[in-house]
Design a binder for this molecule. Structure first.
Ligand code: MG
Length: 371
């Protein structure tokens, strides 16, 4: 039996439109990879890539093309069967950039490897399985009343930390109103997704009065000096997300004083091994981290929950319950416990049994490649 890689583009309806400063989604298009070794063991991974390069520089067709035309041929000459993560990382060592494509393939191979060894993802990360306190990311609605009803609903669901998406024209008023309505004890933070410029620092400084946990990625991803300038005020802590695509990026932002907090999205940094390394550097430098989210299916959600058990993840992440995004998923449903926590599955690998019928139902395009 040969090794195969199946790439599928799924279209999964969201329970409610998700709008940020970068645009609106009503259906999540997600690229899912399944890697099956010669022993028949299959590993799963999903990409955070969008259909267009509006958020990440990489996008679904680009990731698929990079995997098919660049990465997979490199693995054909890699030693050993079944493929291991170590052999894969050696084969990809000279490939610059493309973290989403590399992370997708690496995670699928890693999941297969761990399932084969009977090792849960948490053990691979040298961590301990435990409930993880999670938060909810609230998109930009049409009006303040809708925002208040959404936040009230999420708090009723059990979320203990709220992140509001902001953009020019939708910042001070919604933050002020939510703070007034739900009190000073609510852990509240904002995410601008690069929507402001350094000229807006006086405006953003006015958010300091609302006791926010942090402000995430106010400026363009390459504007590290502007982020450092904002952070140097020692007002609302500054968190970087889109600026950090690698371990080098993380170290640079820390040395520059551009980030008080880092949002780690495994998909964005090339997979979970890189994510673990960034976590370690942040922990050693006293920089708290949290696990970001990109509307994951059960596959990404399970792996992110395992990552978030590491000790540096001291802030609640964006790993919401399944019902926050989907009425139907391709794997088990994750539900908040009474303390507003989620727990990673205990089985080998990411611990999720993917429902192949559901995968088939959501698939709009698929390719099977042989190594
Ligand atoms: Mg963000």
């Amino acid at each position: 039996m040969s090794t195969t890689l199946e790439l599928r583009r799924l279209e999964m309806p969201l329970v409610r439109p998700f709008r940020t400063s970068k645009g609106e989604e009503t259906v999540r298009q997600v690229l899912v990879a399944s890697w099956t070794g010669p022993d028949g063991v299959t590993g799963w991974a999903e990409s955070a890539a969008d259909p267009e390069p509006t958020y990440f520089p990489e996008y679904i067709d680009g990731v698929r093309s990079t995997v098919e035309q660049v990465l997979l041929p490199l693995l054909a000459s890699a030693s050993g069967e079944p493929m291991t993560t170590g052999a894969l990382r050696t084969a990809f060592a000279e490939v610059p950039g493309n973290p989403l494509a590399r992370g997708l393939l690496e995670t699928a191979v890693l999941d297969a490897e761990l399932r084969r060894r009977g090792m849960p993802f948490v053990d691979f990360l040298c961590s301990t399985r435990r409930p993880i306190r999670v938060g909810v990311s609230v998109g930009i609605p049409g009006d303040i009343d809708t925002l208040l009803s959404w936040v009230a609903g999420y708090l009723e669901d059990g979320y203990r930390r709220v992140k509001l998406k902001i953009q020019p024209g939708w910042d001070l008023e919604p933050v002020h109103t939510v703070r007034e309505a739900f009190g000073d004890d609510l852990p509240l933070q904002v995410d601008a997704n690069q929507a402001y410029t350094a000229a807006d620092i006086p405006l953003l400084s006015r958010l300091d009065g609302f006791g926010l946990v942090l402000i995430e990625q106010p400026f363009a991803r390459h504007e590290l000096l502007a982020h450092a300038k904002l952070a140097a005020r020692h007002g609302t802590p500054v968190c970087l997300d889109e600026s950090v695509l690698s371990l080098d990026d993380a170290m640079t932002t820390i040395r520059m004083g551009a980030a008080d907090v880092i949002n780690i999205k495994p998909s964005r940094v090339g997979g979970y091994i890189n994510a673990r390394q960034i976590h370690d550097v942040c922990l050693a430098n006293g920089v708290p981290v949290f696990c970001g989210g990109t509307l994951e299916t059960a596959v990404g959600r399970a792996a992110n929950l395992a990552l978030a058990t590491l000790p540096g993840f001291t802030l609640p992440g964006d790993i919401s319950a399944t019902s926050r995004y989907y009425a139907a998923d391709i794997g088990p449903s994750f539900e908040l416990d009474a303390d507003g926590c989620l727990t990673a599955p205990s089985g080998p690998g990411i611990g999720v049994e993917v429902d192949l019928d559901d995968v088939e139902e959501f698939t709009v395009e698929s390719t099977t490649l042989t190594l």
